[in-house]
Unconditional design. Structure first.
Length: 153
């Protein structure tokens, strides 16, 4: 099974949306293989958002991403990168479809409540940035047969 990194951003933490985001993940049938609360700093944000460091909005990004601790998670499931990105919705919450996390819970392009890895390759890099191997657990919940057909597992 594939893995992806999710960050529940300060815009969700401050609004007490953690439970709603986690609930949607669990309702969909993705496995939470790792989860912790951490405080981000500029060093890790420069690494994580290296492609945005030279953009004029980067200082605002750092300010918003360090406003509160965040929740980082490793999700496991079949095609989990694409599944979670679809659940997340468009980057700008005003353009995100109703029913998506951003479509239901945000109105901003920056304060957009979650980060989602954009590819399986980047997910591996991002997971290694935030988790040590002993913080990721490989287990199969007993109800997995109710989320996947036998030939999918």
């Amino acid at each position: 099974m594939e893995q992806t990194l999710v960050i529940i951003k300060p815009s969700a933490v401050e609004r007490r949306l953690i439970g709603k985001v986690v609930g949607r993940i669990e309702d969909k049938g993705m496995i939470i293989s790792g989860m912790k609360m951490i405080q981000l700093d500029e060093r890790i944000l420069r690494e994580h958002y290296a492609h945005l460091v030279d953009r004029p909005f980067f200082p605002d990004l750092v300010k918003s991403m360090t406003a509160t601790p965040v929740i980082v998670m490793v999700l496991t499931g079949i095609d989990v990168v694409n599944v979670f990105r679809t659940m997340t919705g468009s980057t700008n919450g005003r353009k995100a479809a109703p029913g998506t996390l951003r479509g239901d819970f945000c109105m901003s392009g920056q304060a957009n409540i979650v980060h989602a890895s954009d590819s399986p390759e980047n997910a591996k890099i991002e997971i290694a940035r935030f988790f040590s191997p002993n913080e990721i657990f490989n287990y199969a919940p007993v109800d997995m047969s109710f989320f996947y057909a036998d030939d999918e597992l």
